[in-house]
Design a protein around this ligand. Sequence first.
Ligand code: MRU
Length: 371
Amino acid sequence: MNIDGKHYRTIWLHPHNRAVIQIIDQRLLPHEFKIVDLTTVAEVAHAIKAMLVRGAGLIGATAGYGMVLAALEAPQHDRAAFLESLARAGEFLSATRPTAVNLAYAVQRQLTAIRAVETIPSMLDMAYQTAALIADEDADFCRRIGEQGIALIEKIYAHNGGKTVNILTHCNAGWLAFVDYGSATAPIYAAHDKGIPVHVWVDETRPRNQGARLTAWELGQHGVPHTIIADNVGGHLMQHHQVDLVITGADRVTRSGDAANKIGTYLKALAAKDNAVPFYVALPSSTFDFALRDGVREIPIEERGADEVMYMDGVLSDGTVTTIRITPADSPAANYGFDVTPARLITGLITERGICDANEAAITALYSEKV
Ligand code: MRU
């Protein structure tokens, strides 16, 4: 995607040093655009945990590249020691954030690919190849989600007499959450690029404000009309027919179609159901967890520090970025990062292979290798 007219992905190898990974520090957006070098597994783990990088797809791609650094850091003269060191690094990276399954998926994919080759130099090559494959696949899957999902927007556009299609989204499932394109935003970008008038209601997404800070910035960079709303506005808008379609992303989706996504998504799905607004979840196949069925019981929900609820970052009129406390100093705060929307509230899933109902039969019809 473009930033001030220049194409960027969210993660890449340093052009002159293959032992350095480069990312955009998303904690600083939209106030500052800063590229950060990651040179060790510990730095990669910190970047994921502290959310310099975030979003299911990008966490996965970062873990993929983290395993390259793990291969560079591992003992280089003994295959067993090399693999043992890599497995430890994989566990360390997997433990950084629990909800998005793309993280464990990328680590496992790296370990499987690396174990399949013999010599240490070829294992190192394999780590590089697999990291690139995970990243390229992520971008390609998101592009294809756009190709699939645009049909939903086109249909609404045709039915509403050519009026602007109003789409509500929650959090940031845009290109910043992946390697490129995004999941929930890919159909929106595709429709906008095709000349279909779209307008996006952007939930601010407390406490970290990924909607207000990141989705709004992305959409603005791409020229897509949008309006930031406080988190509790969506239900009101739906009651007043100002939302034609909801598209969110997902951090983990079970084989039965229950979807974990940023906290607050469940309430939007309830409001959408009550107002007969179609509610779609967009995801690449790496976000499915085929080992799970009951999302509410089985998907681990990340709890983060209370400070994220108590403090906010913002920019002063002189341009200085600062942090302020918005709560009483001694009131406790709880910070649940995600919730699970049960499949019965989801109209459909938009995947790179097509759009399907949120139930096991429909999902495994698309992913027949997972039956
Ligand atoms: O905590 P984050 O920012 O990593 O959360 C991820 C999200 O932005 C959302 O839950 C998103 O909709 C799914 S990630 C593609």
